[in-house]
Design a protein around this ligand. Structure first.
Ligand code: PEP
Ligand code: CO
Length: 468
């Protein structure tokens, strides 16, 4: 169908149900090895408790709405593809710790409360450009689609699309989230505990001194507050300490998302209770597609990835479709244009959304539009390109009278070598030493902290304050 026909079709079809996506073409779905198996698994998932609650989802939506007008700032980050084997205390603590440290830098230096959202506790499914891969010995195998679907192991058996993996995804998400809730519930995110954030290898890195200056400033502020009779916990309430931690993943495997969709009698609407926030990727945000149909019916905040070749008219219709009542906080547009396209494309996007009168919160993913391959064929991202996309995006929003309300990053606390550059200076040759991602290259701990300083100084520029 042509765009206008589609628009007409959608504006006149309003019945939604957790299953209604099934009448639309669903991109990026695996061919499950057993249809009976997927039926049994989704039935079982449908009886399991939700992992998050409607009131938490509404709270996040409120905060995203606030970020849209500059009241706070969203820090969304984590692995490109989570792995089941990484559901371990030390690794989860490390991921939360780096996000907290970044939140501290951005919040303190940028003077904004931070809303942390992990790409965690459910980020087990990946959209892929090619359905197959060729192994070194010339074998053709189905591509790895994330551990919710098949194994990273490049064998015919490993690459079977096994529906039972969806159950493992649910349980692993639950265990991960439970541990995160324990950490946050016992004060891991409180500023008073900032000295408990073990710095790991960051302590030897060049970002340490700058970080320590901020930490010292905060220790002084906390000491001052308590010396004049204030409660240190007041700081938490004012938003610079983090009480709430939210989780998100790409809404890709629709049978899974459908199975975790529940009606809330309290609010009178459906929610996806597998994550607080969901996003639709660049390959699945089609107006006539099943993913947009699914996302329009749930009360969760929805991120929409926007690449440089996005058809802007179609995007505007997708937003109308997903958010027909123009609710604030419902839609976050996550631009991932690539540093060289930001200055041309972002003003057009901002203008189109403004002209259509749509409320959105803007975020930027400076990772996915800047993926390159080394001469050895390794997928990587240059740190400098990531920084430029961030800086250009802040500048364009400022010049357009718009607000950049958040960032979306692929990152880890580990000392991996997947993105080149940064003060730590990972070179093309150095990539091999700890290239551990199962999908896209992530910022390591030092690079993530450095990015936090870049974001903080962009936010400071907004207030016309000196660079830190
Ligand atoms: C991702 O976020 O991992 C991803 C695949 O992004 P995009 O849909 O923007 O390519
Ligand atoms: Co990715």
């Amino acid at each position: 169908m042509q765009l206008l026909e589609l628009v007409d079709h959608y504006r006149h079809s309003s019945l939604w149900h957790p299953r209604s996506w099934q009448s639309y073409p669903a991109a990026q779905q695996p061919e499950w090895e057993s249809q009976a198996g997927i039926g049994a698994v989704t039935e079982q998932l449908g009886r399991m408790p939700g992992l998050v609650g409607p009131s938490e989802i509404e709270l996040l939506k409120q905060q995203i709405s606030d970020a849209g007008v500059g009241g706070c700032f969203i820090l969304q980050g984590g692995d490109c593809a989570e792995r089941f084997q990484d559901c371990r205390e030390g690794l989860i603590r490390g991921k939360i710790r780096i996000l907290m440290q970044m939140a501290l830098v951005i919040g303190y230096a940028g003077r904004k409360p931070i809303v942390p959202i992990g790409r965690m506790a459910g980020q087990y499914a990946k959209p892929r450009s090619e359905p197959h891969e060729f192994t070194a010995n010339g074998e053709v195998l189905p591509i790895f689609r994330g551990e919710s679907v098949n194994s990273f192991e490049a064998t015919a058996n490993g690459r079977r699309s096994d529906p039972l993996r969806l159950l493992q995804a649910y349980h692993t998400s639950g265990a991960t989230l439970n541990f995160i809730r324990m950490l946050m519930g016992t004060g891991f995110g409180d500023l008073q505990n900032l000295d408990a954030w073990d710095l790991g290898t960051l302590k030897n890195g060049s970002m340490w001194k700058r970080y320590e200056q901020i930490a010292q400033g905060l220790r002084d502020a906390l000491a001052f507050i308590s010396s004049v009779g204030g409660r240190k916990s007041d700081l938490t309430l004012r938003g610079y300490g983090i009480k709430d931690f939210f989780v998100s993943h790409e809404a890709l495997l629709l049978p899974y998302e459908q199975a975790l969709t529940r009606f809330s009698p309290e609010t009178g609407r459906y929610y996806n209770l597998s994550a607080h926030m969901l996003w639709i990727g660049d390959r699945t945000r089609k107006l006539g597609g099943a993913h947009v149909e699914y996302c329009r019916g749930v009360g969760n905040p929805i991120g929409i990835k926007v690449s440089a070749d996005t058809n802007i008219e179609e995007l505007v219709e997708v937003i109308h479709r997903i958010n027909p009542h123009n609710e604030t906080g419902k839609v976050t547009l996550i631009t991932r244009l690539g540093f060289s396209h930001v200055k041309e494309k972002l003003p057009q996007l901002i203008e189109a959304v403004r002209t259509a009168g749509l409320f959105v919160t803007w975020s930027v993913d400076p990772m996915h539009g800047n993926t390159v391959r080394t001469s050895e064929g390794r997928k990587t991202r240059r740190f400098e390109a990531i920084v430029e996309e961030l800086q250009f995006s802040f500048a364009v929003h400022r010049e357009s009278g718009s607000v950049l309300g958040g960032v979306h990053l692929e990152m880890t606390s580990d000392d991996v070598t997947e993105c080149t550059g940064g003060t730590a200076g990972v070179s093309d040759e150095g990539l091999e030493s700890r290239y551990e991602t199962w999908c896209d290259p992530r910022l390591n701990g030092g690079q993530s902290l450095e990015i936090a300083f870049v974001i903080a100084s962009c936010l400071r520029n907004e207030h016309n304050q000196n660079l830190i």
